[in-house]
Write a protein that binds this ligand. Sequence first.
Ligand code: TYD
Ligand code: MG
Length: 475
Amino acid sequence: MARTTTTYVCQSCGATYGRWQGKCESCGGWNTIAEESVAATGVGGAPVKGGAKAGKGRGRAFALAGLDGMNDQAPRTETQVGELDRVFGGGLVKGSVILIGGDPGIGKSTLLIQASARLARMGHRVVYISGEEAVGQVRLRAERLGLTASPVELAAETNVEDIVATLSEGPVPRLVVIDSIQTMWTDTVESAPGTVSQVRSAAQVLIRFAKKAGSAVILVGHVTKDGQIAGPRVVEHMVDAVMSFEGEGGHHFRILRAVKNRFGPTDEIGVFEMTGKGLREVPNPSELFLAGRDLGAPGTAVFAGMEGTRPVLVEIQALVAPSTLGTPRRAVVGWDPARLSMVLAVLDAHCGVRLGGHDVYLNVAGGLRIAEPAADLAVAAALVSSLSGAVLPADAAYFGEVSLSGAVRPVAQAAARLKEAKKLGFTKAVVPEIARGETVEPGLSVQAVTNLSTLVADIAASGVARGKPGSPGDD
Ligand code: TYD
Ligand code: MG
C-alpha cells in the first residue's frame, strides 16, 4: 500500500520543504517551489509498509568479488561515430547510463538518431524512444538524413513502466535512447511529467533497467536558460556520464563535452558541424576554427590549446576601444571573464598597459569555449595588438600561462601544441621559456618569453615600425 505524501520541491535544484515558500533557501530561486505528491517508496521501488522495521535477519547474504575478476563480454561497443566514441572514452559501456544535455534545437536528437542508425546497421539492437516527437516526425528526419534503411526500432512513448516492459521482450538492446527524460513519467509518482520528482523517479526506473539488462541507455535532457540541465540536474549524480552538447547561436560547430564520466576522461571534446544532411564529424577541428581568419587586422592571435589529448588551434580576437562610460565594458565570449580581468591587471601593473579607460571585448572564434590558463599569453598578445594597432605575424601561435607577477609560466603538453602548429603551417611559436629546449620542431622557430613585459615591448615596437599606433587611415 503506497502512502502518498505531499512535499514542496524546488524545480530548479531539487531541495525539498515541508511547506510552500516563495524563495528556495538552497539555490536562491524565487517562485521555483511547487507542490508534489509522491507515493512513498523504498529504494528498490517497493512500497514501504507502514511501521515495517529494517530489523535484523531481513537481508539476504550475497557473494563478494575481487577487483581482478573476468568480465564476460567486451565491455565497450563503438558507435563508429569517432567523435562520439572519443568523448565516451572509447565506446558505449554495457549497462551504463549517459545523460546528454543541451539547449533545445542544438542537435541532440539528430546526433542520437545518427549514432543509433550506425549501431543498428552493425547488427546491434537499438531502440529509440521519443517522448517529444511522433514516430512520423522521427521518420521524416531519418529520411532527410538518409538513414531509413537502418533497422532502428522506434516508438513514441512516455510511460517508463511500459517502456521497460517493452524493452524486456526480445533480445537485450545494445542501446536505448530516451528523448527526452523530461517527457517521461512513472506510475509511482503523481506529479506532472517534467517535475523534479517525476524526472528523478523515471530516471531511476530506466537506470535500474540498464544495470539489470546490460543495455547502454542515453537520456536526453534539455537545459534551462542559466545553462543547467533542468530537472535532469537532479539525475546527474545517478548516471554514469554527463555530456553537454554545445554550440554558439550563429555557428555551425557543435561541441560534445564530457562533464562527468565514470568510464573515461572528462577533458575530451567531440567536434561536429551541422550541415543540411545532419551532423558531420570534424576530425581536425583546428582547420575549422582557423578557417576564414582575418589575417591583416590587429587584435587577433592564434592560441595553441589542448582539448583533452587533442591539440586545437583557435583564433583569439580582442577589441580595445576608448570608452565613453564611467565603468568601461568588459565582454567575453568563450573564455573566463575573471581570467581576463587578471590579464588586464597584470598588463596594467607590470607592463604599463593602461586599459582603465577602454572597453575590452574578447572573443574565441568559432564558438569554442576555452578553460585553459595557457591561453593567457595569446589573450595578452591580442589585447596589446588591438590597443597598439600592431598586426601580429599571421604564422605565429601563442601559448603560456601568465602569473600575477607578470612572469610567463610553462604549461603542459608543449610538444603536442608545437607539433600541431607546425602541421598547420605555422612557422613561429611564442612560448614560455621551458618549452624551447624540450621540443624542437624542425621548421618552427620558437621564441621563448619569460616575462609578459618582453612580449608587450616586442609587439609595441613592431607597431611603431609600421607607422602605428593611432594613425587612422593606415591599412
Ligand atoms: P534537433 O536534433 O531536433 O535538436 P534537439 O533535439 O537538440 O532539440 O535539431 C534541430 C536543429 O538542427 C534544427 O534547428 C535544424 C537543424 N538541422 C540541420 O541543420 N540539418 C539537419 O540535417 C537536421 C536534421 C537538423
Ligand atoms: Mg530533440
